[in-house]
Design a protein around this ligand. Structure first.
Ligand SMILES: [Zn+2]
Length: 213
C-alpha cells in the first residue's frame, strides 16, 4: 500500500532497454551469489537526481540520473550490489524501527524540557551512528557480491570518489563519508587482480546510455 503511493510520487521511467540493463545486472549479481532474484524488485525512476536506494519490501529504486552518470557496467553493479546488500541484510525494516523508537524518545524528551535543538542533535547523532554502521556492513557485503559476480569493486570506489568531487551529492547525502568508504573498498581489493566479466555488450550499454540522457 505504502509502496503504491511512493511509486506514484517517484514517477517511473517506462523504457524497456533501460529496464533490461538494470534487471540484467541485478539478476547476474543475485544468481552468482545464490540470492533469490525474486527478492529484489527494480524500479527505474525518471528523476535526474544522482541516486539509488532500497526500501522496505525489497524495492530497489534507481534514478535515471544515476544511470546517466555511471561510466560502465561495473560501476552500476557496484551501486546495485550495495543496495542489494541492504535488502539481504534486512537493514531496511530495522532502520525503520530504530527511526520510530528514536522519534518516540525525542518526543518524550522534548515534553519535559524546551530544548528541541538538543533532542534533535541527539536524534541525529544516534541515527547517523547507526546508519554509518550499516553502510560499512553493506559495503563489505557488496564487495563480496561483486567479486563473485565477476566485477571489479574498484569501479564502485571510483564512482563514489567521482560523485563526491563533482558535487553530485544526492547519492552521498544518503550515504555519508564516501571518500572514506571508497578508501576502505580500495584497501580490501588492493592486492587482487580482478578483470571485469561484463554480461552486457557495448552496444546494449550505449543504447541504454542514449535513453537516459
Ligand atoms: Zn547505503
Amino acid at each position: 500500500m505504502i509502496w503504491k503511493v511512493v511509486k506514484t510520487q517517484l514517477g517511473e521511467m517506462h523504457n524497456r532497454q533501460v529496464y533490461d540493463v538494470v534487471d540484467g545486472v541485478v539478476n547476474n549479481i543475485c544468481q552468482k551469489n545464490d540470492l533469490d532474484t525474486a527478492s529484489v524488485h527494480v524500479f527505474v525512476s525518471s528523476s535526474y537526481e544522482v541516486n539509488a536506494f532500497a526500501t522496505v519490501g525489497g524495492h530497489l529504486i534507481v534514478n535515471r540520473g544515476l544511470l546517466r552518470d555511471c561510466r560502465n557496467e561495473s560501476e552500476l553493479a557496484g551501486v546495485l550490489s550495495h543496495e542489494i546488500a541492504h535488502i539481504q541484510l534486512h537493514h531496511l525494516s530495522s532502520t525503520f524501527q530504530i527511526d520510530l523508537a528514536l522519534t518516540a524518545i525525542s518526543i518524550m524528551l522534548s515534553n519535559g524540557s524546551k530544548s528541541d535543538f538538543l533532542t534533535h542533535m541527539l536524534y541525529q547523532f544516534v541515527h547517523n551512528t547507526i546508519v554509518r554502521d550499516k553502510e560499512t556492513e553493506a559495503d563489505d557485503q557488496a564487495v563480496r557480491y561483486l567479486r563473485k559476480a565477476g566485477y571489479n569493486p574498484k569501479d564502485m570506489a571510483n564512482f563514489m570518489r567521482r560523485m563526491q568531487s563533482s558535487g553530485m551529492l544526492e547519492f552521498i547525502s544518503d550515504h555519508p563519508d564516501s571518500q572514506k568508504r571508497a578508501g576502505m573498498i580500495e584497501k580490501k581489493v588492493a592486492h587482487s587482480k580482478i578483470q571485469n566479466q561484463n554480461i552486457l555488450s557495448d552496444y546494449t550499454w550505449e543504447k541504454m546510455k542514449k535513453e537516459v540522457q
